[in-house]
Structures are given as structure tokens and as C-alpha cells.
Design a protein around this ligand. Structure first.
Ligand SMILES: [Ca+2]
Length: 375
């Protein structure tokens, strides 16, 4: 202790050298801190870009899933040339028609919808066209790929007019691009979501029914709905740096939310107009017993007792074998509805069948899938 007080007493302040050294050390520390700050800032900015990009992709997919699910919604059974359906389809655009408010025509707002990708104010957007006006539904979407699955099991990206009638599932892939480039690499980031959409109303109202649709179809009485979507199917983590194409960063149009188009709120009308027919029919005494066996090459009578609180207008038997489809209209006698079908001559073939009941209010109900095996 004595030594210390002696040292301080003899001190006459700092020399210039000491001050310079102290300042140099201070600068080095400040520089290091600044470097850390800059790096954190870049990371934060990139994270924000990624989140915004993912939100855009999800918003686009949500909108597409909801609206394409409703394609063909036709509660009044319109059968003329404007009847609800997928009206045009390419690899990068889709047009479809719905009778959203259930008034028996397809001339109301949001009943003719087209989705495609276009550039709006220098930003690539998911465009939504209805009643002739195109709006950017979601911004910073640089690509949308569509594949159509037909009732005979084939896939195409360019269905012809006949194939348009037999679309049972739409595979959608949307790629969102970041509004600004990655501040480390200078590349734009992309994020892709893929989903399969089952427009259930097409299968119910159209001339075709897919047996590859999820078995949940028809079981709950909820129409349209989410049955097909499996968001997150093939995400790529967002780091596959792309060039960003036309998505020039004008700084003015970030903010992922801005894209979702309020004018297109389509989820109201559909659900209200078919009350009274939501109850599924009661199906009992199915013959042959599901899971059982039938003799190969024979004509089998597929029967069930079917009742519905609103009354049963008619029942159609759908039979498929190895994804092939066949349909046989049945005539009912009492509550027992039967339809014949010649099962394949091969052994071990799985024959899937279900009953499509149209009740007296005109609503269709598809039963669960049943199956038998040939022996
Ligand atoms: Ca309408």
C-alpha cells in the first residue's frame, strides 16, 4: 500500500504517448463494436426480408387455395355455357367460374376469376382479375406454376377444352421473391410453396369424379374447404438466390400485407346458400361388404340403403378400378339403391366404389370410399 501512494504522489499526469495509445485502443474497440453492429443490422434486415417473403408466399397460397377450392360451386345446377367450372387453364394462369352467391347465374362480382403473374409498377405480382379489372393480389410473387390432374389420373399443364371438364385437382406452386437483395450476397432470395387443391364442387357437379381425391371428401358435408391444401409441402428454405427478375426494388412497395386484396373477400357467400342440405345422407347395409371379396370377371350389384331428411332425388354409383373411372346411374326402389358393374377379370384387383346422393334440395353428397378385391 505504501508503495502505491508513493507512486501516485510522484505522478505528474499522462504523457502524450500514453494518451495516443489509449485513444488508439479506444478506436480499435469502437471499430470492433461498429463492425458487430453493422453485421447485426444486415442480419436483421435479411431476416425481415425472409419473413416478408414467406408471408407473401403464404398469402398468395391462401388466396389461391380458398378461391380455387370454390371453382365450380353451382348450388342452382346451372347447366348452360356459363356453368361454374374451370374455364381456362395454362401452366401459369387459371380462370374459373363460381356462382358465389348461389343466385343461379355467374354474373355477380367475384364469380369470374383469373389468376396470373404480371408486373405492376415494376413489381411482379400475383394478379387477380375479376369483372375485367386486374389487381395485384399479392406483391413480389415472381412465379406461379400450375399442373392439372385429370379424372383419368393423367397430369397436364395445358389442358384442352375436353380435359378442362375433367380436372379434379390443381397443383399450385408459387414463388415469392424478396423485395430487396440479400445484403450479404447481393442476390434476391426466393421462397416456393406448393400445394394441391381439390375443387370439390367440380367433382360433385361435373361429369367426372376422381378416385385419387382424399378420402375425406364428402364425409363432412363442408363444401369447398381446405381439403386439398398441404402448405409447406416443398419449401426450399428461401436461400436459393435468384436474380429477382423484374422485381426491382423501388423501395416504395415493401410491406407484405399491402397485397391481399380486400375486394376479393370470397369466403362469405358460399357457405350461406346451401343450408338445409348440409346434412349427409344415412347410408347403411352396403353390399358387397367393404373390404370383402368379389368374384373376378362377374357383374356385381353394388347396393346401399340411402335416406336423407330432405328426401333423396337420385343416387349415382361411382365405380373405379385401378384409378379408371366408370359411372352407372341407378334407379332406386324404396330406400335401396343398386347399380351393376362388371368387375375386372384379373385376380387381386381393388375395386373402389362410392355413392353420390343428390337430395331433394339439389345438393350432392359423396359417400366415403368403399372397396372390394377380386378373387
Ligand atoms: Ca351468382
Amino acid at each position: 500500500m505504501h508503495g502505491y501512494s508513493k507512486y501516485f504522489k510522484s505522478s505528474h499526469g499522462f504523457t502524450l504517448i500514453e494518451i495516443l495509445i489509449a485513444m488508439a485502443i479506444g478506436l480499435v474497440i469502437l471499430g470492433a463494436l461498429y463492425g458487430v453492429f453493422t453485421m447485426q443490422n444486415k442480419t436483421l434486415s435479411n431476416q425481415e426480408q425472409i419473413v416478408e417473403m414467406q408471408q407473401n408466399a403464404r398469402a398468395a397460397m391462401d388466396l389461391l387455395t380458398r378461391e380455387i377450392s370454390m371453382a365450380g360451386y353451382n348450388p342452382k345446377n346451372i347447366s348452360d355455357t356459363t356453368s361454374p367450372r374451370i374455364s381456362a387453364a395454362t401452366a401459369n394462369s387459371i380462370s374459373f367460374v363460381v356462382d358465389l352467391n348461389g343466385d343461379g347465374d355467374t354474373a355477380d362480382s367475384n364469380e369470374n376469376i383469373t389468376y396470373d403473374i404480371y408486373t405492376s409498377n415494376g413489381v411482379k405480382c400475383l394478379g387477380r382479375t375479376t369483372s375485367g379489372s386486374k389487381q395485384p393480389a399479392v406483391e413480389h410473387i415472381e412465379n406461379m406454376n400450375l399442373t392439372y390432374l385429370l379424372s383419368d389420373g393423367t397430369e397436364t399443364t395445358t389442358p384442352n377444352s375436353t380435359q378442362l371438364e375433367s380436372i379434379v385437382k390443381v397443383r399450385v406452386s408459387v414463388t415469392a421473391v424478396s423485395a430487396k437483395p440479400d445484403s450479404n450476397t447481393g442476390n434476391y432470395m426466393t421462397y416456393t410453396l406448393t400445394s394441391e387443391i381439390v375443387p370439390r364442387n367440380l367433382a360433385l357437379s361435373g361429369a367426372n369424379l376422381a378416385f385419387s381425391t382424399p378420402s375425406s371428401s364428402g364425409s363432412g358435408g363442408s363444401e369447398g374447404g381446405e381439403s386439398g391444401s398441404d402448405n409447406g409441402g416443398s419449401t426450399d428454405g428461401g436461400e436459393s438466390g435468384s436474380d429477382g427478375g423484374g422485381a426491382t426494388d423501388d423501395g416504395g412497395s415493401e410491406g407484405g400485407e399491402s397485397g391481399v386484396d380486400d375486394g376479393g373477400s370470397t369466403d362469405d357467400g358460399g357457405s350461406g346458400s346451401d343450408t338445409g342440405s348440409l346434412t349427409d345422407p344415412t347410408i347403411a347395409n352396403i353390399s358387397p361388404v367393404s373390404g370383402g371379396a368379389v368374384t373376378k370377371g362377374t357383374t356385381v350389384s353394388f347396393c346401399a340403403d340411402i335416406t336423407h331428411p330432405s328426401g333423396v332425388d337420385h343416387v349415382t354409383l361411382w365405380v373405379g378400378e385401378d384409378s379408371a373411372t366408370n359411372d352407372i346411374a341407378t334407379t332406386g326402389s324404396g330406400d335401396r339403391y343398386c347399380g351393376s358393374f362388371k368387375v375386372p377379370s384379373g385376380k387381386g384387383k381393388i375395386v373402389i366404389f362410392k355413392f353420390v346422393t343428390v337430395d331433394d334440395t339439389g345438393a350432392s353428397h359423396t359417400s366415403s370410399e368403399y372397396s372390394v378385391t377380386t378373387n
